[in-house]
Design a protein around this ligand. Structure first.
Ligand SMILES: NC(=O)c1ccc[n+]([C@@H]2O[C@H](COP(=O)([O-])OP(=O)(O)OC[C@H]3O[C@@H](n4cnc5c(N)ncnc54)[C@H](O)[C@@H]3O)[C@@H](O)[C@H]2O)c1
Length: 329
């Protein structure tokens, strides 16, 4: 309904008000009386047609109409993150940074774990300057004790843990014959084992809160393969399927587990890939992306906020692809 004073009341409509008018403004006596109020072909008669048009287009005030605006209704929002505690690994830059800032805007308190302490501190300052709450700790996700300490920090400082975003990761490229066991296993350690440990140690903390949401940063590279990236492909592919297993295992504790699979995101992370692929590769790769460009980290963060919050309360075990249509073609 337009607010009082926004629109001139149309006299014809006024006449319709009163006896026999239902709550929806339609005269109840008019209902079911089509034969009398319309021509045989079903067209309404002229006077009724005019009346209808007037209903559809309220007359503007002389000084120009104020546009109608949506109003925020009270109650459940899609994110439902107000008052939640969210832990993010690799939150100092790129997608992790964008997710930390968005989740904080949605009302969550943020705990960042990263080896880049300076970058993480900058994100904390940014969140605090916007009125949010965040803290950062040095955490190498390759070290189990760092992961445990980060979860203890979340519980100790904020009183619990509701959301975990396992985002830190590694990408190095190498032709198969040059790929060392050490480099292969480092991908498994940082992209897969670290997230297994994150889930293992976060689950008891979430259980104490009555449930939670775990989101892993997988990749389109976990759903398809690319030459020179087989270690990355193996680790992210394992992460996608670990998501499914954990979703089943933790569902009984009201803990949901999902992952996101971005395509090409414009961060320094992909630099090794572009260097390995050689000149012109970026343009060629992007020709395979229907939207024709890389995404910004801020375009991936909403998928994480969605999976973190109550709007996805019936979604678990899924890999949400955010790739500009690449996997669809
Ligand atoms: N950029 C892309 O195109 C793309 C696409 C798909 C998936 N991803 C995934 O997104 C995640 C984040 O990548 P990004 O693009 O935002 O890159 P990024 O380099 O901007 O961010 C990575 C963050 O992880 C941190 N980090 C690295 N190693 C760490 C460790 N051992 N312990 C703790 N923190 C560590 C870095 O300091 C950095 O803050 C990665 O898991 C990556 O695989 C990226």
């Amino acid at each position: 309904m337009p607010g009082p004073g926004r629109h001139r009341v149309v006299p014809a409509l006024r006449r319709g008000a009163g006896r026999g008018q239902g709550r929806d403004g339609r005269g109840s006596r008019g209902r079911g009386r089509r034969a009398h109020s319309s021509w045989p072909n079903g067209e309404p008669r002229g006077d009724l047609l005019r009346l209808r048009l007037l209903r559809l287009r309220p007359l503007p005030l002389r000084n120009g109409p104020e546009p109608r605006r949506g109003r925020r209704l009270d109650g459940r929002t899609v994110s439902g993150l107000e008052g939640k505690v969210a832990l993010i690994t690799g939150g100092a830059t790129g997608i992790g940074r964008a997710a930390a800032i968005l989740l904080a805007k949605e009302g969550a308190s943020i705990v960042i774990g990263d080896v880049n302490e300076e970058g993480a501190a900058e994100v904390v300052r940014k969140i605090e300057s916007g009125g949010g709450s965040a803290l950062a700790r040095r955490c190498d996700v390759g070290a189990e004790q760092d992961i445990r300490a980060l979860i203890e920090t979340a519980e100790g400082e904020y009183g619990g843990l509701d959301v975990v975003f396992g985002n830190a990761g590694l990408l190095r490229t190498s032709a198969l014959q040059d790929l060392s066991v050490d480099l292969f296993e480092r991908h498994l350690r940082l992209n897969l084992t670290a997230n297994f440990l994150l889930a293992k140690h976060a689950a008891p903390a979430m259980r104490r809160r009555g449930g939670g949401s775990i989101i892993f940063m997988a990749s389109a590279g976990g759903l398809r393969g690319t030459r020179g990236s087989v270690a990355y492909n193996a680790s992210k592919g394992g992460l996608v399927n670990m998501t499914r297993g954990l979703a089943d295992e933790l569902a009984g504790e009201n803990i949901r587990v999902n992952c996101v699979c971005p395509g090409w995101v414009d961060t320094p992370f992909n630099r090794p890939f572009w260097e390995h692929a050689g000149e012109g590769a970026e343009e060629e790769v992007l020709r395979g992306v229907p939207l024709g460009r890389q995404s910004k980290p801020e375009e991936v963060a909403p998928a994480i906020a969605f999976l973190a919050g109550s709007g996805s309360s019936y979604i678990t075990g899924q890999a949400l692809v955010v790739d500009g249509g690449m996997m669809a073609t």
